[in-house]
Design a protein around this ligand. Sequence first.
Ligand code: FES
Ligand SMILES: [Fe+2]
Length: 427
Amino acid sequence: MLTTEENRLLTQTNAGTPMGELFRRFWLPVMLSEEVPDVDGTPARVGILGEDLVAFRDSDGQVGLLDAYCPHRGAPMFFGRNEECGLRCVYHGWKFDVDGNCVDLPNSPEGSSYKNKVTIKSYPTHDKGGLIWAYMGPIDRLPPMPAFEWLDLPDSHYYVQKLLLNCNYMQQAEGEVDPSHGAFLHSTLGGSNLFLLKIASANPAALDAMAQCAVVRDTPYGVIHGSTRRAKDEGYVVNVGHFLLPSFTTVPIFAQGGEAKGPWQNNFRVPVDDENMILYRLRWDTEKPLSDRELWEDKYEGVRFAEVVPGTFQMVENKDNDYRIDRVAQKNYSFTGIKSLIAQDVAIVEDQRGPIMDRERENLVAADEVVIKIRARQLRAARALMEGQEPSEPFTPDVFRVRSANFPIGKDGALEEAIMAKGEPTR
Ligand code: FES
Ligand SMILES: [Fe+2]
């Protein structure tokens, strides 16, 4: 449970709010690279952390991320002309480069001198790993890019999907790290937990679907959490995941028995505003290209990726159609009656008494320990920043090189040591 004040602190991310400022200390994914595919091509609208922005790829291939509105008289820059290394407002022709400099001010005699005094809000960007990343904080605190392992891989080794969800970022993050929900929300009836086995990372060696939280610890990047399921041979099957500041996670993956070998998954959530977020689901394999079959299965079954309305980031199973819940399936086969794994989660997190849940009204139990821990970590970092203590995480990029893990361990095995060791960043 959180007080109303703590809940606000956790969920509000506009400029000037403590959590909003914490987010602005990190490089954040703001859109897919393919949304601005062409030099001098069509600009794209970007909504992030309560700010309206516009992105464009200039003649040199650089991606500019500017205020969505012109500093002259507030015209929408989305309708601008993307020409010769700048975006030109169509109202009176003022033109801005990717760094926000006004490079042409043609409608007034004082334009040639006055333009040097005019700027449009702009943010630095990187185009890496299929994503456009932006840094929206103070420029004297500009950190290096986080060293996610997949950022160094060839394009063929990763795939990223972008989804728009209608809820606060933290609601979705909490749902993802929650170890005990899978045995219910993602299960099938009659003891046949095949669906769960496939999708919720319950190794076939596991005897039961219900995970128990074994370890939750603060780390240099955020929080590591390890949960166990009893194994058929009396030991345990262990699942390890991470919460990385400010809102990233590693997602537990399925092992065919033995130890999971990838592909791996990172999920990134970035607030559009306090009641909407973008979820980037990123699947990656260090050893080989992702096969068409892997991607096709993941999409067809809705296991890792969702079916979207063509031309949008909106899921086909969405709140307007009750996520296509099938009550006959719910009676006879599926715990929820909702088909895809992703929609099962989204159906819950988009409406926990609304898009921003009231955490004062909840009743937490021991199984919610990871949720409690990631909130506490997030709140601590935001409060520290409010008191002038800058976060260290953006400046230790290598701590972001972590993978989830899924492995068996004997009943006398050193569980805690194994969890901490498997969860270490790779080199
Ligand atoms: S409003 Fe953009 S140039 Fe006038
Ligand atoms: Fe889930």
